[in-house]
Design a protein around this ligand. Structure first.
Ligand code: HEM
Length: 607
């Protein structure tokens, strides 16, 4: 799911590290002031921020000293300040050192090794790819479904097995909600659509949207996916024949962030940056099949709608700093800051919302005139009658965010894996060319779904490199998970990357790329990949808050991949570090190879 690139992974982990370093020196004081509302119940129960309480105590104590022991007083203000600083330090010591060791109700849970006295596991989490430490802890720390670690003194609970995942995601789903800073920051842009709604409001929205995402409807969208895939292949065909690539200067000047991939690398003529192209194709697809509006970003990346979209959802450095501030400061304050970026965000979001509003008004009018409107998701939701126009605008914005970068990221990993495993690419091509009509023909859902090996490859890519590597929930009230007491406000970590590649769940070959695990002995595709539990595959989560677009995403991914592999033979650009197995990963809500995946395409005839 795309969100402004940086919200919501492991708190600030998703922010660029230099942003975090710059602001982290403020953490202890901001933490006291702001984070009190996120402290577990047992740590902090009163309604007033600790800093206000401490300031109050300091003032009263300074007054008392001044009045009754004047020889110890340095004047009211200085005495109060000194007392305040002493109390703040003592309180920090309690929060960071004493509480997790001696008072926390979570102290009996198995704890990840290597935590530091004051910062816990922060340093390691900041230094490594998101999800990597969790992967190691799941493998090595003996546990019964929960592992504790901490960041800046705030305890986290990592869910590690089907039993605890089942409780948090399914049976007790509504007891664990999304973090408020995530809802505030995204809600400002999206409105409260299905991604951000909670409780009964979420149930209502989900119920009304389900029909639009059912297979009965998604199957009508395959031709839309296929047409855009064909258009992408035509663009790739031209681009791969180009004699000159954009220079570094023009790439940096571009507002398309995907284009700015490697800052220093130069690429030979005709070498393709997979991320840049698939990001545009999936944006067009979600525009068309989500709301019946083609963004035309494949053909014309500079058009206003596409540019505005990129401005909102790829906030750049200034935007990232604002988002980081939103983790520590009250949201109303961050939003009210008279900054250029704040204004730009509001204007850009207002523009896209207006486009959505106009589209909905047009669709409503068309609906009164004819029986069935278009096949896009919003038209189906409109027909359900369950949403007002403004609610539909929120849903549209949500689909744009949730349904664009995720699928694009899957395609980047697909090309990475297929270039690494040319034998899989060849086998997949044989199936595609034998089972599907040519790229220029129309396609049906049944034809794509009948490609068993395609199904296996798609699922194996999604397993090994889950685009959303990590997400989180907050205990809304005191709760229990697998019999353990979980205090209110505890952060629960869900890490699809770690679960999807756990040897406990997938066996010793968990880290290997083996599409065959998704095929039964008779060659028919299966849905468990050989794992015992459904919860072993966490790419779309599970339960009432699982990805509602799962079917849509898999179908879209299968169409683009089939078109690409059927038409082109792809290999890593010569000399790329990827050819030597050197893979650096860039963080964000979706995780990708840092320098992008640049490939050489060989266009194949006869299909
Ligand atoms: C490979 C592609 C995709 C992946 C890996 C993916 C993954 C996810 C994940 C992990 C979540 C849960 C996030 C959380 O609760 O923390 C989610 C939620 C969601 N996704 Fe996707 N997604 C993909 C594509 C799509 C597409 C194409 C759409 C829409 C057309 C979509 C719409 C949504 C929505 C609306 C939610 C919120 C559901 C709810 O809270 O009830 N996703 N997705």
């Amino acid at each position: 799911m795309e969100t402004p690139r940086s919200i919501g992974r492991d708190d600030c982990v998703a922010f660029e590290r230099h942003d975090v370093r710059r602001l982290s020196s403020l953490v202890p004081f901001l933490y006291l002031n702001i984070n009190y509302s996120r402290l577990p119940h047992s740590q902090y129960k009163a309604g007033m921020p600790p800093s206000v309480q401490l300031a109050g105590i300091s003032a009263v104590a300074a007054f008392a000293v001044d009045r009754y022991a004047p020889k110890y007083s340095l004047g009211l203000i200085v005495t109060a300040t000194i007392l305040f600083i002493i109390q703040v330090l003592a309180y920090q010591g309690y929060l960071l050192v004493l509480y997790p060791r001696f008072f926390s109700p979570l102290r009996d849970l198995p704890t990840a090794p290597g935590g530091k006295l004051f910062t816990g596991h922060t340093k390691r989490i900041m230094a490594e790819t998101s999800g990597k430490p969790m992967r190691e802890w799941i493998e090595t720390v003996p546990n019964d479904g929960l592992i504790r670690y901490s960041m800046w003194g705030q305890e986290r609970v990592l869910l590690t097995n089907p039993k605890t995942l089942g409780e948090v995601l399914v049976t007790k789903n509504y007891e664990f909600i999304k973090p408020s800073h995530f809802r505030n920051a995204l809600g400002r842009i999206l409105g409260i659509g299905i991604l951000l709604a909670e409780g009964d409001e979420h149930k209502r929205q989900r119920k009304n949207l389900m029909p639009a995402f059912s297979y009965r409807h998604v199957k009508d969208l395959y031709p839309v996916f296929w047409d855009k895939s064909r258009e992408l292949m035509e663009c790739l065909s031209s681009a791969s024949k180009e004699t000159a690539q954009p220079t570094e200067k023009t790439e940096k000047a571009s507002t398309d962030p995907e284009k700015a991939a490697p800052e220093t690398a130069e690429h030979a003529p005709g070498i393709i940056n997979v991320g840049s192209w698939v990001s545009r194709a999936t944006l067009d697809i979600i525009g068309l099949s989500g709301m019946g509006q083609d963004f035309h970003s494949l053909q014309d990346p500079n058009n206003k709608l596409n540019q505005t979209y990129r401005d909102v959802f790829n906030p750049g450095r200034a935007g990232r700093i604002l988002q980081l501030m939103g983790v520590f400061l009250p949201f109303w304050l961050v939003r009210a800051l008279p900054l250029k970026r704040n204004k730009e965000m509001s204007n850009a979001s207002a523009y896209i919302k207006q486009v959505c509003r106009d589209l909905i008004a047009k669709k409503r009018m068309e609906m009164t005139e004819k029986e069935r409107t278009d096949v896009d998701i919003i038209s189906v939701a409109l027909e359900s009658g369950g949403f007002t126009n403004e609610e539909l605008v929120n849903q549209m914005m949500t689909f744009l965010v949730a349904g664009h970068e995720t699928t694009a990221t899957s395609m980047i990993w697909a090309l990475y894996l297929l270039c690494k495993h040319p034998e899989v690419q060849t086998k997949l091509r044989e199936e595609i060319r034998s089972k599907l009509p040519s790229l220029n023909d129309e396609i049906t859902a049944a034809q794509i779904d009948d490609c068993q090996y395609l199904h296996a490859v798609v699922h194996e890519i999604l397993r090994l490199w889950s685009p959303v590597s990590m997400t989180m929930r907050i205990a809304e009230n005191d709760a229990t998970v697998n019999g353990h007491f979980i205090p209110k406000n505890t952060t629960m970590i869900l890490c699809p990357w770690a679960i999807n590649t756990s040897t406990h769940l997938w066996g010793d070959d968990a880290l290997e790329f083996k599409p065959e695990r998704w095929l039964d002995a008779d060659g028919k595709a299966n849905n468990k990949g050989g794992a015992e539990s459904n919860y072993s595959f966490l790419t779309f989560l599970h339960g009432p808050r699982s990805c509602i677009g799962q079917r849509f995403a898999i179908a879209e991914f299968a169409c683009i991949l089939a078109a690409w592999v059927g038409r082109f033979e792809s290999s890593f650009e010569e000399g790329s570090p990827l050819t030597k197995g050197e893979l650096e990963i860039k963080g964000g809500i979706t995780m990708k190879p840092k320098a992008g995946v640049w490939v050489k395409l060989n266009e194949l005839k006869g299909w």
